[in-house]
Write a protein that binds this ligand. Sequence first.
Ligand code: HEM
Ligand SMILES: *[C@@H]1O[C@H](CO)[C@@H](O)[C@H](O)[C@H]1NC(C)=O
Length: 486
Amino acid sequence: MALLQKVVGTIFLYVLTKAIYLIYLHPLSKYSGPKSWILSRIPYLVYMNSGKLPFRIKELHDTYGSVVRVSGDELSINDPQAWRDIYNRRDMLRPSQWGGRPPGVEAHSLISAPAADHARFRKALNPAFSEKATREYEPVVRAYIEKLLSRLDVAATKGPVDIVEWANFTTFDIISEITWSKSYGCLDKATGHAFMGVLLHFQAFLVAASIKYFPWLDRLLAVITPKSAFRLLEDIFQDTHERLHARSMIKEPSHADLVGHLKLHQEQAADADKFREAEIEQNILTVIVGGSETLTTAISGAFHHLLASPRVLSKLVHEIRSSFAKEAHIDTNALSKLPYLNAVIDETLRLCPPFPDMLRRQVPASGAIIAGHAIPSHTTVSVSCYSMFKSASYFSDPDSFLPERWIDGRDGAEAREAFHPFALGPHNCLGQPLARMEMRLMITLILWRYDVGISKGDSLRKWDEQKIYWTWEKQPLLVGLSNVDA
Ligand code: HEM
Ligand SMILES: *[C@@H]1O[C@H](CO)[C@@H](O)[C@H](O)[C@H]1NC(C)=O
């Protein structure tokens, strides 16, 4: 009995001392946040795994101000200056929970790589997604959107279509065709791609990352998990391997593709800059994942808000239809100059950022000055797009879908500095030009060809009622399409 008392007493004392340390003495103790979050990771992880973390963090900023201590060792920073201070630095990498490699994989990808490997990868990949290279993909993008439209022509006669699903098929076909000149065929089959579904099981990734916050649990699971649990992952790598092999058999592909760019790189680069075979595979998978579901979110978000705001929709339709004499004249160069279209796209990325949060970084051993605060080493820091883009400090009427704000400058220069939906710095979005091209073309060509509307009896839910697991968990968005020429 006496022993038990001693043990309980010791544990109690330990917990108490640790709590006092975390709240009063820890180097981050001057930053406020909910006490239960500071004392334990658990509330944070519970919110994250129930798809509500970005919403909660926004509320915390509203309560506690621009710097919130969201965990013992983590700050969320809602200040435009933090974008530059965090993301422009090469030595701010993802914390270990978020930058790991899949089990059994040795090769790094852009996501997991240490700074030097990451720089080597970007040097090879940037030319394949530059503005110039992206222009060469336009015919491919166009062809798949034409295919989408011909599928919609048929589907729409039977009733409303789920724009989320169709956008998803299209973005997958485009990114796979651009990668290795062979699409996943989602539009043809009108089904998703099973393998990719595994990589896109974002909820599972969040659970895996959560476990890594408890290293003893992580080690335990690594020991007891049967090898077969990783079979699906191995299938994906095998599939990737086979597709790369099939591509290598094509001497003269019909259009420029990523593998072609990488082949050129491998021939011309100094030995130290070359990719290893396994690194190519991991990076290709990163590009495919990064370049598909994100765009599905953006396109679904655009149609959601257009349908919710008939005024904006008719203004955009007018701009599109009055700018071109016929469909064949539409191209991305011309579309990049349409002010309202591009404002609608930015406004969509503001309210439906494909990465609402998840841009966490770890402060290096030397510490960092972020938005004027001296932040100690090993702190996890991030800017949450969702909090920043909906902040009343930077955007007037922040919850309203008002594309005009990007044209009339009502929010001032700080709004531009707060708004980085593609992040910035060495880890920014590799595919921004491609993403803008796909958004412009897909939105425009759909609105050129169809009058769109919510079908009678259906009503739109609020976009923010959807959960967020890494990206938005998109509910079907049923849209009635009637062909303008019919
Ligand atoms: C509207 C669509 C898109 C948005 C809003 C978006 C946004 C972002 C953001 C915020 C990041 C930084 C992530 C981080 O720091 O953790 C990122 C990274 C990345 N994106 Fe995109 N993205 C989009 C579409 C695309 C497309 C079409 C591609 C295809 C090439 C792509 C490929 C990537 C890759 C490979 C990375 C990792 C870059 C690195 O770590 O060096 N993204 N994206
Ligand atoms: C998009 O397609 C992928 C695979 O084809 C699938 O895993 C994912 O769930 C789809 N997303 C939506 C929102 O339909």
